[in-house]
Design a protein around this ligand. Structure first.
Ligand SMILES: NC(=O)C1=CN([C@@H]2O[C@H](COP(=O)(O)OP(=O)(O)OC[C@H]3O[C@@H](n4cnc5c(N)ncnc54)[C@H](OP(=O)(O)O)[C@@H]3O)[C@@H](O)[C@H]2O)C=CC1
Ligand SMILES: O=C(O)CCC(=O)C(=O)O
Length: 409
């Protein structure tokens, strides 16, 4: 099974409950536009570098297409299609006025220089500038991209369309970015984990947590959970994992990662593996790296009491069935990691208004949106006796379907 098929499987599980006609199903599931471009740059060595970039625009019935850009060696059409579809359901679920898109460049940003990444970004923007824009499609950071990449896109786009910071979100705060956007996804994951733990009669304080991935999302999730008193007993990155049953000192780990760019080698924990991390006996397991980490056998080996999906698509459908059968609650990606796009929405609104909101306001409003969405979906799941994932898709599909019906074709 490929990624888009898996997302479509989750869509279908919920769509069945909504009794959609085949035509509406096809309309909702099919991406609106798929752009594939060759991105050619001069590498530092003088040789020519050939890369392939994608932008898949899935649905814009509720507002401009919205979603991140990923720079990673596994980026391809299918992954972009799946992630774009997830964005449609995510923006609808938290009720912000956007549709869904996703894209990226097939490259390994750890093996190319910052100068090469800048040239790649500018050339990619040149190739897609006519399909993006503040009221068309608004990219943002995802794996392998950051605020600097967004600043280059804004600058390059401005050469064609005139200066307009609302073309991308997740920009540097000094260049029309929003306070709180960098931390927003991890902050939101911590809020959603808190709400779910409370439903289970637990608190963050004293809970043990394992987090796969210590980049933007995993890092901020660890910091917020540790601040609230959780014991972050394990973290990992692409090179390996760390374990300390007493809890890792996250601030000390941050200093180590700032110096070495890796979690491995940190003296305050013993080395372990990503595979072990997924099987740890913890209260909360948080995948915050790549998709597709839980297959059937990994799911059968999970010993965590709760899974909060910070990553997009970490769970294959066969693994989801195992979690449901074993009664392990899963807070699905489109709810758990929606804090990022919520604050992207706030950034876009600030850019359109040429105005800046303070961090306290951003975090307060992000929290309110997430807490409301969480309880809506948790209650819906309980009432209908369905998983939170199916409830989340159910709510989102109903909103997008209604928007299509009202707008007409
Ligand atoms: N950024 C955002 O606002 C949002 C991100 N997400 C999702 O969150 C996830 C993480 O994104 P983000 O934090 O932005 O990305 P980053 O690039 O900042 O971080 C990714 C992290 O995952 C690690 N990683 C990569 N490959 C593996 C692997 N095979 N095993 C274990 N760890 C690995 C990386 O390690 P290393 O540094 O060694 O490569 C890094 O620690 C993605 O699924 C993304 O789609 C969802 C919503 C919003
Ligand atoms: O902030 C955004 O626009 C999108 C972030 C993203 O790519 C995601 O939520 O998966």
């Amino acid at each position: 099974m490929q990624a888009f098929e898996a997302t479509s499987h989750y869509f279908d599980q919920a769509a069945k409950l909504l009794d959609l006609s085949d035509n509406i199903r096809t309309l909702l599931i099919t991406p609106d536009r798929e752009v594939r471009v060759e991105v050619v740059i001069e590498m530092d060595s003088g040789r020519i570098g050939n890369f392939i970039g994608y932008r898949v625009q899935h649905d814009n019935a509720r507002g401009p297409f919205k979603g991140g850009l990923r720079y990673h060696p596994l980026v391809d059409e299918d992954e972009a299609r799946s992630l774009a579809s997830l964005m449609t359901w995510k923006t609808a679920l938290v009720d912000i006025p956007f549709g869904g898109a996703k894209g990226g460049i097939n490259c390994d940003p750890t093996k190319i220089s910052r100068g090469e990444i800048e040239r790649l970004t500018r050339r990619f923007t040149e190739k897609i500038h006519d399909v993006i824009g503040p009221v068309k499609d608004i990219p943002a950071p995802d794996m392998g991209t950051d605020a600097q990449v967004m600043a280059w896109i804004m600058n390059e786009y401005g050469k064609y369309a005139g200066f307009n910071p609302a073309v991308v979100t997740g920009k540097p705060v000094e260049l029309h970015g929003s306070a709180g956007r960098e931390a927003a996804t991890g902050y939101g994951v911590a809020i959603v984990a808190r709400e779910m733990l409370s439903e289970l009669g637990r608190t963050i304080g004293g809970s043990t947590v394992a987090i796969q991935g210590f980049g933007n999302v995993g890092g901020f999730t660890a910091r917020y959970l540790a601040k609230e008193g959780a014991k972050v007993v394990a973290v990992s990155d692409a090179y390996g994992a760390l374990f300390n049953p007493e809890g890792i000192d996250v601030a000390a780990l941050d200093r180590h990662v700032a110096a070495t760019r890796k979690v491995v080698g940190f003296e305050g924990a013993r080395p372990t593996t990503n595979e072990e991390l997924l099987r740890m006996d913890v209260d909360v397991l948080i995948p915050a790296a790549l998709g597709g980490v839980f297959d059937k056998s990994t799911a059968e080996a999970v010993r965590a009491r709760l899974i909060v999906e910070a990553a997009n698509s970490p769970t294959w459908p066969e693994a989801d069935e195992v979690f449901n059968a074993r009664g392990i609650p899963v807070v699905p990606d489109i709810l758990a990691n929606a804090g990022g796009v919520i604050v992207s929405y706030f950034e876009w609104v600030q850019n359109l208004q040429n105005f800046k909101w303070p961090l306290e306001q951003i975090q307060r409003e992000e929290e309110k949106k997430l807490v409301d969405a969480f309880h809506d979906i948790h209650d819906l799941a309980r009432r209908k006796k369905i998983s939170m994932r199916t409830a989340a898709f159910y709510r989102a599909i109903a909103r997008v379907g209604r928007a299509h019906a009202l707008a007409g074709i």
